[in-house]
Design a protein around this ligand. Structure first.
Ligand code: PLP
Length: 422
């Protein structure tokens, strides 16, 4: 049996190059994080070989005695983490979890009310090219342009006008907390089901730093790789027994075949990690880092450079930068930060005058750097580097890149991980 470096040196070299990229740059894509080595090991295991259609104790394949225990541990830990009665850990991704959730609570043609994509919603909340927009009848709600906050009056007015089957509360790019109780009140008023997609802020919920949607939502979906810090994947939670049954069959056989038990093992590892006190401390540093960055970008010199912070700050793990008044567009700003060694993504702002491939905004997140160990001092330095990089005109790229390298070296990522090639 040949190892990777011998059998496929091309792929081995690329994996090594990616490891070095992650180690030597500062990762600030708000949806990314670094899974612990223990999760990488679980995911890179022989469980990838196993078919296990069905659920623990009720499989359609033999030989499931060990993966049954793996999956049950993942389920039990996830339920404990979010104080939920029912959990499904099989969705392959956040989008798969969302497809299964909609499958469980709605029928093709039903109206769904979700946050507009350009206002911070996700593709799976009703974007027209996505399954959610093709199979269902999406009605978008928006943020109030002046405040950047979700317009709950509009949500209620649209709910009364369109009588949606499902109201979706959740986001991919929004810097504040949603009022789940207010969403539930509107859902009850029009007899709709409330689905909360907590993919982005699940890690904050798990540690009590963000209100939990579980007491309010009929069904909750999440990813496991964002603030939760585990392997790429999805999961679904509910406290409602009837919905739990529907979600179970919506995932399998409704949407998926065999579950990825190697990924489920890595999810179990990540849920165990999220139950430790260090995880709460990490989420605290995550939020603190985002606040420090927002405050720095609200300072006079940043305002003079045309930088605005959507909603005037943040309560979560990310900051949305509005560059409509800046010389730099979203693409140029993303490239500028890339040059200094900071990875972010450009992001449309509400009523963005520039095209979606360019945009007038940036989404900057702190989870991955908090996982790396960054605290307030390091986030202050990162905020200084970002503020300097986004100034108009000539910028000392070389000097800023040196400063990001110093930070990256002070907080080694995966120090024990051996490259495949040497
Ligand atoms: N839901 C929300 C709110 C997200 O932000 C994302 C990720 O971008 C997803 C779902 C989809 O997750 P995945 O990329 O794993 O399909």
């Amino acid at each position: 049996d040949q190892h990777l470096a011998d059998f496929d040196p091309d792929i081995a070299a690329l994996l090594d190059a990616e490891l070095v990229r992650q180690q030597t740059t500062l990762e600030m894509i708000a949806s990314e994080n670094f899974a612990p080595v223990a999760a990488l090991e679980a995911q890179g295991s022989v469980l990838t070989n196993k078919y296990a259609e069905g659920y623990p104790g009720k499989r359609y394949y033999g030989g499931c005695e060990f993966v049954d225990q793996v999956e049950q541990l993942a389920i039990d830990r996830l339920k404990q983490l979010f104080d939920a009665d029912y959990a499904n850990v099989q969705p392959h991704s956040g989008a798969s979890a969302n497809a299964a959730a909609l499958h469980a609570i709605a029928t093709a043609g039903d109206t769904i009310l979700g946050l507009d994509l350009a206002n911070g919603g996700h593709l799976t909340h009703g974007m027209k090219l996505n399954f959610s927009g093709r199979l269902y009848n999406p009605i978008p709600y928006h943020v109030i342009p002046e405040t950047g906050l979700v317009d709950m009056d509009e949500v209620r007015a649209l709910a009364i006008e369109h009588r949606p089957r499902v109201i979706i509360a959740g986001w991919s790019a929004y810097p504040r907390q949603l009022d789940f109780a207010a969403f539930r009140a509107i859902a009850d008023e029009v007899d709709a089901i409330l689905w909360v997609d907590m993919a982005h802020f699940a890690g904050l919920v798990a540690t009590g730093l963000h209100p939990s949607p579980l007491p309010h939502a009929h069904i909750v979906t999440t990813t496991t790789h964002k603030t939760l810090g585990g392997p790429r994947g999805g999961a679904i939670l509910t406290n409602d027994e009837t919905i739990a049954k529907k979600m179970r069959s919506a995932v399998f056989p409704g949407q998926q075949g065999g579950p990825l038990e190697h990924v489920i093992a890595a999810k179990a590892v990540a849920f165990k990690m999220a139950l430790q006190p260090e995880f709460a401390e990490r989420q605290q540093r995550t939020i603190e880092g985002a606040r420090i960055l927002a405050e720095r970008l609200l300072a006079d010199d940043a305002v003079a450079a045309g930088i605005q912070v959507l909603s005037g700050g943040t309560d979560v793990h990310l900051v949305l930068v509005d560059l409509r008044n800046s010389e730099l567009d979203g693409q140029q700003a993303e490239d500028r930060l890339h040059e200094v060694g900071i990875t972010v993504n450009r992001n449309a702002v509400p009523n963005d005058p520039r095209p979606p491939m360019v945009t007038s905004g940036l989404r900057i997140g702190t989870p991955a750097l908090a996982t790396r160990g960054f605290g307030a001092d390091e986030f202050r330095e990162v905020a200084e580097i970002i503020a300097a990089a986004l100034q108009p005109g000539e910028v000392d790229i070389e000097g800023l890149r040196k400063r990001t390298h110093v930070l990256a070296e002070r907080f080694p990522l995966y120090p024990g991980l051996k490259p495949f090639t040497s």
